[in-house]
Write a protein that binds this ligand. Structure first.
Ligand SMILES: *Cc1c(COP(=O)(O)O)cnc(C)c1O
Length: 222
């Protein structure tokens, strides 16, 4: 199947409240343009420099999502233009994003990344850590960032029930934070969960953003 037909397939099958993020990491600009011409505007990247290089050479109306682990010294590359940063996993990183967002006179939308998988290798917060970020006085001074939801990656496994449990846990964390910190804030509404192999389960469990790479662009060669 072509990139174009995959994009069209997703547009047809996705519920209205679920946004498709086409994960274009490692893929060339021609592939991104093929998806763009098919009507796809939201793209995800996991390396700061790669994303900023693609940003300058591709159409300006593309919305760039940063989905990888973000080091504080790379924040400056993406904060001038990022549409959404999915991978905030510390108050220090959030402070750094705020600093560069202020310099660029922007308010940058961010998600808190949760660790829901059993693998140690995946980054992210637990519920208590997320609560302590949203609760601290320093957080309340960060006026150039806005937390619009949370993100998580399930364990890489064939065990569908395990994946479902992890996504359900993430949805519960979202509901807790919503009730505690954002009961009257409509913009806190995103749950970024689901990739090529598990997006159907993620949607059933309440995902609002799925991050799809290989199903659209084919396997990646690293
Ligand atoms: C690579 C990546 C994806 C997309 O993975 P596929 O399995 O190719 O769909 C989604 N989310 C994150 C955080 C990624 O790094």
């Amino acid at each position: 199947m072509s990139i174009k037909s995959e994009i069209q397939k997703f547009k047809k099958i996705l519920p209205k409240n679920v946004k498709l993020i086409a994960v274009s990491k490692t893929k060339p600009n021609e592939d991104i343009l093929e998806a763009y011409v098919a009507g796809q505007l939201h793209f995800g990247e996991n390396k700061a420099q790669e994303m900023s290089e693609k940003f300058v050479s591709l159409p300006p109306d593309i919305k760039w999502h940063f989905i990888g682990h973000l080091q504080t010294n790379k924040v400056k590359y993406i904060t001038p233009f990022a549409h959404l940063i999915h991978s905030i996993d510390s108050i220090k990183l959030l402070g750094e994003v705020n600093k560069h967002a202020y310099k660029n006179q922007r308010i940058v939308d961010c998600l808190l990344q949760f660790h829901i998988a059993t693998e140690e290798t995946k980054f992210g917060l637990d519920l208590r850590e997320a609560q302590s970020i949203l609760d601290c006085d320093y957080f309340k001074t960060l006026l150039n960032i806005r937390i619009v939801g949370i993100m998580g990656m399930a364990t890489l496994t064939d065990d569908k029930e395990m994946i479902r449990k992890e996504f359900r846990y993430l949805k519960n964390c979202f509901d807790e934070l919503k009730a505690e910190f954002y009961p009257d804030t409509d913009s806190f509404k995103e749950i970024s969960m689901g990739m090529t192999d598990d997006y159907q389960i993620a949607i059933e469990e309440g995902s609002t953003m799925i991050r799809i790479g290989s199903a659209i662009f084919g396997a990646r060669n690293y």
